[in-house]
Design a protein. Structure first.
Length: 128
């Protein structure tokens, strides 16, 4: 019995490093929708909500890259973490994520969500 337990612990010790962050790859992903608040005060933080589908269960949320190439205009790109070297269930996995853009300037602000395939979703909102 002790030998079996030892063998299981040894197998676990060998397997855990294989599931480490070294087997993670960052990959751009697509979103199917983006929600913005309709109107907001300039003193409030501005959050958007993005939603879409991961291609399989090996994908998890990574981060959102937000840039401001010009005043009142924001670009958002989504990045997922892809676990490599393991078995994944091949079915779509829904995701929804809130992204904080901080405080925006007063006026009409435009947010463009740029997908990995080059398509984009663009919405605007007024900040008072």
């Amino acid at each position: 019995m002790k030998q079996i337990l030892f063998a299981l612990l040894l197998a676990l010790a060998v397997t855990l490093p294989a599931l480490s962050a070294a087997d993670m790859k960052e990959t751009p992903i697509n979103a199917s929708s983006m929600l913005l608040p309709g109107s907001l005060s300039a003193s409030q933080d501005f959050n958007i909500v993005v939603a879409g589908m991961y291609p399989n269960t090996c994908y998890t949320w990574g981060r959102a890259d937000v840039t401001q190439p010009q005043p009142f205009y924001y670009e958002v790109r989504l990045v997922a973490d892809l676990q490599q070297g393991r078995m994944c269930a091949m079915h779509l996995v829904p995701f929804q994520q809130s992204i904080d853009l901080g405080q925006l300037q007063s006026g009409k602000n435009v947010v463009r969500l740029i997908n990995a395939d080059g398509t984009y979703i663009e919405e605007s909102t007024n900040v008072n």
